[in-house]
Each structure stands twice: as C-alpha cells, then as structure tokens.
Write a protein that binds this ligand. Structure first.
Ligand code: KIV
Ligand code: NA
Length: 276
C-alpha cells in the first residue's frame, strides 16, 4: 500500500520516528522500497551524486522528470517526492504550478519539495490548493549556496534562529505536510519540532526531528568526492564496486573470464561442416 500524506503526518502524532532516503534510479528505488522506507525523495542532489556537477544549481526540470519516472517505477509502497530544481518555483505562481504538475502528472510522484520558507509560502499555498502536496526545506538550502557563501551551519544567531522558526511556521500555515531541516543546530530543530504540527525531517539537524533523511550515495559510501559531516555511512559500496571491477579486469587479462558458464555452444555437426 502506498504511503499517504496522512500517514506521514500521523508519524509525528504517534511519536514514531521515520526514515526517508533519496533515490535517482529504478534498482535503488526498488531496494529502498522493499526495505519498507515510507518516503523516497528524488533529490536534486542528483546533480552532485549522480550527474557529477559541483552543486545542485545546474539541475533542470527535464533531468528531474527523467529520474523521477525511474524512481516511481521502482516504488510500490514508498511515497515519492520530486525535488523542484533551482528557479523552477521562484518566478511566479503559474510557472511553479506548471513545473510541479509535471512531477505529479508526467512523472507519477505524489508530492514535491521546494526550498525556502516565508518567501515561497504563497507558492506552497497555491500548490496545496491545487491538490499537490508540498514538503518544505529550510536551513542550509543548497540551491542558495552562492548567497549563503558555502556549506555553513544555519540559524546559530538569535536573528537567524527566529527567521528559521518563522519559515517553519509559514510553511505549516501554507499547508506543507512536512519540512526538511538541513544543517541547523540540534537544539534549534528540537525547538522547531516542538512548535509546529507537521513533521520535521532532519539532515544535519540532530536527533529530535520527527524523521531523518539521508542522501543514499552518502549512506552507502558510493559517492566519495565530498562526504558531509551529517552523513551516516552504513556501507562502503565504492570499495565493493572497485573490488568487483578489478577482479573482472584481472580475470580477463589472465584469460580466466569468461568460463564455460558464461559461454554458448553450437551443434558439433554445424561446426564440422563449417570447417570443411
Ligand atoms: O536533494 C536532496 O537530496 C535533498 C535532501 C538532502 C533533503 O534536498
Ligand atoms: Na535538494
């Protein structure tokens, strides 16, 4: 059964902590889905961990739709959230609706996520009114990396903390069903989590959030260019993959791959005639 928005809200009411993960392709979504993770985010972290860009800024709607379709095909039960790329929801409500609806109608996602609080609340409200569930995202918002001057902890000063609280409240007020808190002090996310009625989902935001989210490539040790402090590494896939690849290359060079097991035969009478 597909996870619903209602069920995600109920996790908070019951005090049941939940995990969310990113995915960008069909096989990874299948594995995550079969592990019972209730929400999969097709993050625009796609840009960093799959496409090889050094930020999320170059990621386009077409990139996101392509990968969201693959994830949707691999997700039987998990609710799929599509991450709206840079500048696809800021310009005006019309463009925001058009782009968000592509995630739902064309790619088959159940919800969208966008970055920002007070400044995007009008867009969030309109999307929700039109039947598109929205997940917010505040704190360290990677699409604003140039304005933020790098990957810094957000909300440490009184003003900045007050601003984040106002952002979280604005998102709840606008009808968002959950909000991602990224790279903010654990004490501040605990406070925000206690002050709003919708689930907070933390990444680098301490243990008090209602849910946690991790980038799958960080979690499984697949992407190693840059490992953020908030990443939990539960496997070392890059090493395992390199082992498989070098083992294969070594066997090919020794003439030990392929063996009869990976080969095909033909009828010996055909072969005899062929050789005459
Ligand atoms: O793009 C992404 O993966 C995200 C999560 C880190 C929340 O936005
Ligand atoms: Na993102």
């Amino acid at each position: 059964m597909k996870t619903t928005i209602q069920q995600i809200k109920e996790f908070k009411l019951r005090g049941e902590k939940f995990a969310m993960l990113t995915a960008y392709d069909y096989p990874t979504a299948q594995i995550i889905d079969r592990c019972g993770i209730p929400v999969i985010l097709v993050g625009d972290s796609l840009g960093n961990v799959v496409l090889g860009y050094d930020s999320t800024i170059p990621v386009t709607m077409d990139d996101m739709i392509h990968h969201t379709k693959a994830v949707v095909r691999g997700s039987n039960n998990a609710l799929v959230v599509g991450d709206m790329p840079f500048m696809t929801y800021q310009i005006n409500v019309e463009e925001t609706l058009r782009n968000a609806s592509r995630f739902i109608q064309e790619a088959g996602a159940q919800a969208v996520k966008l970055e920002g609080g007070v400044t995007v609340a009008d867009k969030v409200k309109k999307l929700v009114e039109c039947g598109i569930p929205v997940m917010g995202h505040i704190g360290l918002t990677p699409q604003s990396i140039n304005q933020l001057s790098g990957h810094k902890v957000q909300g440490r000063s009184l003003d900045a903390a007050r601003k984040l609280i106002a952002d979280a409240r604005a998102l709840e007020e606008a009808g968002a069903f959950a909000v991602v808190l990224e790279t903010i002090p654990a004490e501040l996310s605990a406070f925000i989590t206690s002050k709003i009625g919708i689930p907070t989902i933390g990444i680098g935001a301490g243990p008090a959030c209602d849910g946690q989210v991790q980038v799958i490539s960080d979690l499984l040790g697949l992407f190693t260019d840059f490992v953020p402090k908030h990443a939990g590494q539960y496997a070392k896939l890059a090493g395992l993959m390199a082992e498989g690849i070098t083992g294969y290359a070594k066997d090919v060079s020794k003439g030990e791959f392929p063996t009869a097991q990976q080969s095909f035969t033909m009828d010996s009478s055909v072969l005899d005639t062929l050789k005459q």
